[in-house]
Write a protein that binds this ligand. Sequence first.
Ligand code: F6P
Length: 747
Amino acid sequence: MLTLVAAAYLSLPLMDQLTLRWFARDLNTRGELIANTLSDPVSEALAAENRKRMQSLIDRAIQDERMVAIGLCDREGNIVVRTAQFPKTLSCASASLMSQQPEPRLRMDGGPVHVGVHPVMTESGRVADLVLLHDLSFVDRRSLDTRRYLIVLISCLGLAIALITMVVAQLSWRGWVSGVRAIMRGEGLLSPMLGPGNGNSPPPELEPFAADLRARLRDLEDEYRRSQGPEAEWNPDRLRQLLHSRMRGDQVIVVSNREPYIHEKEGQRNVVKRPASGLVTAVEPVMRACSGTWIAHGSGSGDRQAVDPHDRVRVPPGHEEYTLRRVWLTAEEEKGYYYGFANEGMWPLCHVAHVRPVFRESDWQAYREVNQRFADAVVAESRSENPIVLVQDYHFALLPAMIRKRLPRATILTFWHIPWPNPESFGICPWRREILQGMLGSTILGFHTRYHCKNFLETVDRYLEARIEHEYSTISFQEDTTLIEAYPISIEWPTDETVASWPSIPACRNKLMERLDVGPDHRIALGVDRFDYTKGILERLHAVERMLEKYPEWIGRFSFVQVAAPSRSSLEEYKSFQDRIHQVTARINERFGRSGYLPVHLLAQHFAHDAVNELYRGADVCVVTSLHDGMNLVCKEFVAARDDRQGVLILSRFAGAAREMPEALVVNPYHVEETADALLRAITMPMAEQRERMSSLRATVREFNVYRWAGRMLADAGRARMRERIEARVQRHQDSHTDEAPLLVRG
Ligand code: F6P
């Protein structure tokens, strides 16, 4: 509005000037017309020196409404005749001078006049000049009128604009307010502004604001979720409650090859060790919560010494929360069942790691016999006819059907800790049908991922006459139905007390630096694995070598520590693999090492859990590059260890964990270049990015912990048991009905 007034105010003088010019031009044209009209009579009167006639001619011409005065000048510039109003002071010369001005204006008593001088022409040329004085007061009057109109127009225009602006502003402010309120209420964004059927996207002018607001709200929500932890956290208490409510405290029996505690003779002492096993890491906390019986191969040199006459020992040592029942195997049995069929046959068969499986008839016999031995142990340990039996892993593919035969009402949960291959790969196993039939003795068969479930369903479809219900993910074979389900395994999330008992991150870091003899700026990457060819240790070393080759500025400033717990070392495949790793380590150290600096530290020894945890807390990066892995728990342990929310995880896309942990730097371990670049990215990652990724990983692992894994399986088992009970009751009703029927007939 103000701008409009200012513009009008500034433009008025300009308009005055313009109108004046237009009028001046108009008056000049009129003057020329009058002069032309008067030329002939005036020149005749001049020639006749008839002053009276001249006077009468100009007096008549003055009748024009805008003409004020006329004067006739002769060729010498003298006034010959003039009308009454013609100023006596105005000479012909000064009138001529004035008429040549851009604004030929003369102020007279009656108001301003326009001065025009026009020649009176005859055929012989100019004979006189007519001085015409036109009234200009009408110009001023018109200018005044124009000003008034303009001011009224601008005021009206301003008012109209102001009014429209206010209405629009009001409407759009209301829109903004209701849009923001809708966002706050979590409704469809700006739905209040949109009529029905207008779609869900906000108007374009609100789009950036809406996007920012949405992003901010998500950030806040993430932060809140992380700070709160999972809604109803799975923990030992919840698992116990589930067992009591859904299973009425029924007996839980776990069967695995590897035992959770191994007694080893060291001189006179019998020391207890925890094996390097993902299975044990996951199942042990569940067992502590369930207080059941764990049946496993007693493989330690001091194991026999530690058990009671029934081959049982209460564990964990000092806490004694559940019973470990040991099964003894001869060296021959162990060779055929464990080293032979399980680890030379099934292990490479299920892992795509390009190692050929070996199938020997003798190993298969041993495998069957040992499975039977464990089935006997389950029956012996069972206090009822329907215990809950948790069968673990590829060592016991035949066990579920064997238990089912002896304890038909048992609930058997089998969990396959390694991947399940596609039907073609599995099809090379000479005893593929027996293995599938054995596994289908289970009530529930669990794998880590949906992908492995799908492979299993397809394998059964290919090799057995079974009914598969894809909708329910069940397989009905002979009399039994098995639910095939994905249960991603995890770790126990450390409690606050556990975390408080750990040495601090700086202490762990200092200890690791001292061990490697490096300074605080040194970057340290860590790998923790069983010494197994599926773990991608060789590929990892190649990536370290390539990284130093590609980015030589890191030579002397970066080290890689590989903890490799000895495993299955009596197998030729493992021996040659381990030799190869030692050789490659030596080569890299020779190539890039120097006095006081080793790029690779290979620690081929067993580390206790606390020691591994300190390494996790001291390192900058944890590298998991499995060529194929059911889940992999090292990556989850690393994340759980980093309560400082620092540290970077490099994770193989071929580990089941990669599906749950996309915030890691996910790599293809076969792609050395990609892994080398991921290493560089990890050691140069800004702290803020590390925090962002690690916080999210921690939230996932905390929520999807091992109690949830066990809880989901046991809840499914609970449902299956309830269904069985209902079926049994229905059957009883039917039976009693058929018993009574003849009586009724008779009656
Ligand atoms: O990966 C499957 C798995 O059963 C792990 O849980 C465990 O770490 C390993 O295989 C078995 O190792 P071992 O042969 O030393 O018991």
